[in-house]
Design a protein around this ligand. Structure first.
Ligand code: SF4
Length: 290
């Protein structure tokens, strides 16, 4: 049985859902979520990994993930952390943040810090920059990833002021998520332009979702629109094996067909890697190896 995961969408996302079935499917509750698909709520053991340092998770030697918020602008029905957000260990106090920074300093191989959640941009600018500056100021940290779906689901959150602040350290990349071409609206394009013009590269992770983007033509349309908006598509993920998401999963054979179709029609810059996150694996696995 799926863990409870309330339906939530901010005002912009509700308007988008009213006009796009593909987007609505991502944010509106479906009874199919209640089917027992044999999956657990934490296939990657994230809850256990957080025990070493409150709010910090490490799966790979060169990267850490810091939980900055337990809220999002939308509760994506396909979310990997849908069963974990309510009880997530979130870094809130200065002491907790200092402990995360100390952890990174004590692990000199770490060069890449993901500020995630939840969605970090649900925090006020001052709070966002508290996290960004704490890690960007460490000489060993070369990349700070601000992981947010705001670009696609609440683009007015990206202001010129925020973009300028994020660009200051020259270490910040914004990682976002778009799953269908309908999401690449004029507002989303403007938000992405504010970031890229401020020197903050914008990259996109897409989740392959049945009923949303599981056709070659739909995926191609999305990738073309993203690259036209200077948003670099870099991963298309197989939907993770998380309880409550079975109805979104696309067969591997279909995923490979979509990948082949797109690769034959677009250049490398707009062509993401199609991968799967496999519990226990030390890297994302390209689907053509599966
Ligand atoms: S924005 Fe990201 S973390 Fe939040 S619900 Fe969607 S997929 Fe999950």
């Amino acid at each position: 049985m799926s863990p409870s995961f309330p339906e939530y969408a901010c005002a912009y996302a509700k308007r988008l859902a009213a006009h796009s079935k593909a987007f609505a499917r991502q944010v509106e509750f479906s009874k199919a979520e209640l089917a027992d698909d044999g999956c657990g709520s934490d296939p990657f053991g994230e809850a256990g990994r957080a025990r070493r340092c409150w709010g910090l998770k490490q799966r790979f030697p060169d990267r850490v993930l810091v939980m900055t918020s337990d809220r999002c602008f939308v509760n994506c029905r396909h979310c990997t952390r849908r069963g974990l957000l309510e009880s997530a260990q979130v870094v809130r106090t200065d002491e907790q943040l200092r402990a995360c920074v100390d952890y990174v300093k004590a692990h000199p191989k770490v060069r890449d810090v993901l500020l995630s959640g939840g969605d970090i941009l649900t925090l006020a600018d001052r709070e966002v920059m508290r996290f960004v500056d704490a890690f960007a100021s460490l000489p060993q940290v070369e990349v700070v990833r601000v992981c947010t779906r705001a670009v696609s689901v609440n683009p007015s959150r990206i202001t010129a002021k925020l973009a300028r602040m994020l660009g200051r350290s020259k270490k910040v990349w914004v990682n976002t998520q778009f799953n269908c071409a309908d999401e690449v609206t004029e507002e989303a394009r403007k938000a992405a332009a504010l970031l890229t013009d401020a020197g903050v590269p914008v990259s996109c992770q897409t989740v392959l979702l049945k009923g949303v983007n599981d056709s070659a033509a739909k995926m191609l349309a999305l990738l073309r629109r993203l690259s036209a908006a200077r948003i670099r598509p870099y991963y298309v993920f197989q939907c993770d094996p998380v309880a409550g998401t079975g109805h979104f999963r696309v067969p591997l054979s279909k995923a490979k067909e979509i990948e082949r179709f797109c690769a034959e029609r677009i250049g490398g810059l707009a062509m993401p890697r199609f991968v799967a996150d496999i519990p226990g694996a030390r890297r994302k696995i390209p689907i053509d190896m599966l």
